[in-house]
Design a protein around this ligand. Structure first.
Ligand code: NAD
Length: 331
């Protein structure tokens, strides 16, 4: 019997994993406990009696948390997401195994990025509210044609490439920067500085690392086109939120579509509607008419949830059945 403790479980996670546990032949012998709290040093003791923990983007597996898990005999941290910036993977090396889901649906995230761009640019978030109040005026709802504009993409991996194809379908020119570029038809690979200076719409699709932390900051924003729109569906830490807010207030940037936020842990995925949100930066960003925020939901399609659950179960089963670490994260 392999016992897995799921942390930060939401109803849609549970549904997708329960379907896998019932149907997937690799899931035989796996027993799941679904916990609502996020994993961190204060909740890690809930993993007592389990062989593996399964965590998501806002769980924290830092040194202290890893020490508790190791002391409890937990052998594997299975991330049910692609990014692993929330895990001290160097410290985990040799102490506890790590695996992740490197790809589950790049289309889910790329399509959400375009959905946010369309909504923001064409002011659908305002139009929806106006029409519900029977206010049929159009003043303030003017957008711009995407056709003929330049999309700048930073990070041309699976999601960046899917987003590039979508932009091409809209008749946009696509320029891109990647630290390890691999060619794509119709996409011009340039330096980061050139991409920033050419993009009417800049979309971030690279991982959050020490090198990419705050890659969008006061200095880099000043090299962007005046009025450019920023889309971030990757990780909040890529953007210096204070610099972004400043640039939006002055009109240096024309808008921002944010599915992620650097201080989202503890805020996103929870109902905060009856609380006084203490984070003045996100509160002010949300208050701006040219900012659209979603709660780290770009991954949330049926296909993605099913693929996440399938790959996670496969990763866990192969580690415990034959010692093979599939989709491992190296320290
Ligand atoms: P990927 O590994 O396929 O692609 C990442 C790309 O970034 C690679 O081409 C890599 O060469 C490039 N890169 C690495 N370092 C770079 C740097 N310093 N500058 C520029 N490019 C760099 O990953 P992916 O599946 O396309 O996912 C991209 C990111 O999207 C993930 O890291 C994750 O943070 C984020 N993500 C968000 C959601 C969501 O729901 N919002 C869901 C999945 C993934």
């Amino acid at each position: 019997m392999i016992r897995i403790a799921f942390f930060d479980t939401k109803p849609y996670d549970r549904q997708a994993f329960e379907a896998q546990l019932a149907e997937n032949p690799f899931a035989k012998g796996i027993k799941a406990s679904f916990f609502e709290p996020r994993l961190d040093r204060t909740t890690a003791s809930m993993a007592k009696g389990h062989d593996a923990v399964c965590i998501f983007v806002n769980d924290v597996a830092d040194k202290d948390t890893i020490d508790v898990l190791v002391a409890l005999g937990v052998k594997l941290i299975a991330l049910r997401c692609a990014g692993y910036n929330n895990v001290d993977f160097k410290y985990a090396h040799g102490r506890i195994a790590l695996c992740r889901v490197p790809a589950y649906s790049p289309y889910a995230v790329a399509e959400h990025a375009m959905a946010m761009l369309l909504c923001l640019n064409r002011n659908l978030h305002h139009a929806y509210v106006r029409v519900r109040e029977f206010n049929f005026t159009l003043t303030g709802l003017t957008g711009f044609d995407l056709h003929g504009k330049t999309a700048g993409i930073v990070g041309m991996g699976k999601i960046g490439r899917a987003f590039a194809s979508i932009c091409q379908g809209f008749g946009m020119d696509v320029v891109a920067y990647d630290a390890y570029p691999s060619p794509m038809d119709g996409v011009k690979f340039l330096s980061l500085g050139e991409v920033l200076s050419k993009a009417d719409v800049l979309s971030l699709h690279c991982p959050l690392t020490k090198d990419t932390h705050h890659m969008i900051n006061k200095k880099t924003i000043s090299s962007m086109k005046k009025g450019a729109v920023l889309i971030n569906t990757s990780r909040g830490g890529l953007v210096d939120s204070i610099a972004l807010l400043g640039a939006l207030k002055t009109g240096r940037l024309g808008g921002a579509a944010l599915d992620v936020y650097e201080e989202e842990t503890g805020l996103f995925y929870e109902d905060q509607s009856y609380r006084i949100v203490q984070d003045d930066i996100i509160a002010r960003l949300i208050s701006l008419p040219n900012v659209l925020v979603t709660s780290h939901q770009a991954f949330l399609t049926k296909e993605a949830l099913s693929n996440i659950a399938g790959t996670t179960i496969d990763n866990i089963a192969s580690y415990f059945d034959n010692g093979e670490l599939k989709n491992g994260v190296a320290g």
